[in-house]
Write a protein that binds this ligand. Structure first.
Ligand SMILES: [Zn+2]
Length: 75
C-alpha cells in the first residue's frame, strides 16, 4: 500500500511513501483521529492520499496569505 502526498492547492504529487497503515501516518504527523479523517483520503484503487502542501504553494502562502485564502474559498 502506497501513501501519496499531494498538494491540496495545486494537486502536485509531492511524494510517495511506503507506509502500511493510517496509524503510521497519524503518528508521523501527530494527527488525532478527527484530523486524520480530514487529511487522509482512501482512493478507489487502494492507494491512500494525504492532503499536504508543496514547497511552491507554501512559499506563495507565506507571501500572499490573503490570495490563497480567497482562492480556497472559491474552489
Ligand atoms: Zn502546490
Amino acid at each position: 500500500m502506497a501513501i501519496r502526498y499531494k498538494c491540496r492547492h495545486c494537486s502536485t504529487e509531492i511524494g510517495v511513501l511506503p507506509f502500511d497503515s493510517d496509524d503510521s501516518i497519524r503518528k508521523l504527523h501527530q494527527l488525532n483521529e478527527k484530523d486524520a479523517q480530514e487529511f487522509i483520503r482512501h482512493e478507489q484503487n487502494g492507494d491512500t492520499t494525504v492532503d499536504s502542501i508543496c514547497e511552491h504553494c507554501e512559499d506563495s502562502l507565506k507571501k500572499f496569505p490573503n490570495y490563497h485564502a480567497l482562492k480556497n474559498w472559491l474552489q
